[in-house]
Design a protein around this ligand. Structure first.
Ligand code: CA
Length: 383
């Protein structure tokens, strides 16, 4: 099973209604999709996440210009070996960011291929599934004006509750006072309901404001407080973690075993959140999961990609052990983003769906998806 071709698509779609997170306005959805084709005509699919406002062309160019020439003719059935080849040969210009996203996209496609060639789901190749379904949490609460949207966000919380979600993550980072006003309204709307809350500021604050926010919300029993400070401020993370009672999470903007070694080694977080389509694919996430497990740190993947990234995340989550085993251990939960995204709905035959807030782990060979090539062509940015 030799690699005959590697293709990349940069996808982009303008949003009818832009929305904001703490770092800016999202005006379009974008994704970098990768197909690895074997000499036997089998196709595997992967994705490089467009993290934040990342343009999809960067990872696509990396795949076409750097990774494709490294891998043409290689044995496709050795994803670990090829991951190291791609990482080592891009070390002097890679290590983090879109280059690692591109490596991860190829890696995801190789695992998809391996599963298809063996007739097994990817989670079986990773050592087996710990779970057959995963609880989904609603990520949403984006802003459409900016500040002062507490009432609208409280109504959104009630919609998620009515849809069956029992866990929700609220986007904050719009100023501590506005954040606290939003949380007051959201909590009032959910009063008496068995809902677990998380917050995510997308590293909007320095240490002082991050601590002020965390302390003011100490009675919320947050499952986690995500990205309180910038990802490179590991000492700041540790200060926040030491000052605030709830678990601290981060890592959606960290990459590979080596990046997570720093984050975990600094005792900066209680929960690491590698995104499989950013951090380096299945191969890198296996390394990261083992490292986290050895340090008593929970792994709860970040999921913000297209239908391909979502499918890959489900296989990864299926194969993750819990960090702290007990009768009532915290299982990993699935980030289920509620924002508008045509590449989630249209790209595959059966898009992700939840039932009363739970999502089934796929059992078909590979990732278990069928990609619609007409949708790729429809949204592709010309190379
Ligand atoms: Ca986040």
């Amino acid at each position: 099973m030799k690699i005959a071709d590697i293709r990349a698509w940069a996808l982009s779609s303008d949003l009818a209604e832009p929305f904001a997170f703490s770092q800016g306005w999202v005006r379009r959805r974008a994704a970098t999709i990768v197909e690895v084709v074997t000499d036997e005509g089998l196709s595997g699919w992967g994705e490089a996440l467009c993290q934040g406002l990342q343009p999809p062309e960067i990872a696509a160019a990396t795949v076409r210009s750097a990774l494709r020439p490294m891998l043409i003719g290689a044995d496709a059935s050795r994803p670990e070996v090829l991951w190291h080849r791609m990482y080592n040969q891009s070390r002097d210009y890679g290590l983090k960011g879109a280059v690692i996203g591109a490596i991860g996209a190829v890696d995801i496609a190789l695992w998809d291929l391996l599963g298809k060639s063996l007739g097994r789901p990817v989670h079986a190749l990773l050592g087996g599934a710990f779970r057959e379904r995963v609880q989904a949490y609603a990520t949403g609460f984006y802003r459409v004006r900016g500040r002062g949207e507490g009432r609208r966000l409280a109504e959104e919380a009630q919609r998620h509750l009515a849809a069956g979600f029992r866990a929700m993550k609220v986007k904050l980072g719009f100023g501590v006072d506005d954040d606290l006003a939003v949380m007051r309204e959201v909590r009032a709307a959910l009063a008496g309901e068995p809902v677990t809350l998380m917050i995510d500021t997308n590293h909007a604050y320095g240490v002082a404001d991050a601590i002020r926010l965390g302390r003011a919300l100490e009675d919320c029993a947050l499952r986690w407080y995500e990205e309180p400070v910038a990802q490179e401020d590991l000492a700041g993370y540790r200060e926040v973690r030491n000052a605030v009672g709830c678990p601290i999470a981060g890592g959606e903007n960290e990459f590979t075993l080596f990046g997570f070694r720093e984050l975990i080694g600094a005792r900066a977080v209680d929960v690491v959140q590698p995104d499989i389509a950013a951090a380096g694919g299945f191969t890198a996430c296996r390394h990261i999961a083992a490292l986290a497990h050895a340090h008593g740190v929970a792994v709860n993947p970040h999921v913000w990609g297209s239908a391909i990234g979502q499918a890959a995340s489900l296989h990864l989550i299926a194969a993750l052990p819990v960090a702290h085993p007990s009768l009532f251990a915290d299982e990993p939960i699935l980030e289920y983003d509620q924002s508008s995204h045509p590449f989630r709905r249209e790209l595959v035959a059966r898009p992700l769906a939840h039932e009363s807030g739970w999502v089934a782990i796929p059992n078909e060979p590979g990732l278990g998806i069928e990609v619609n090539r007409e949708v790729l062509a429809k949204y592709a940015v010309p190379a």
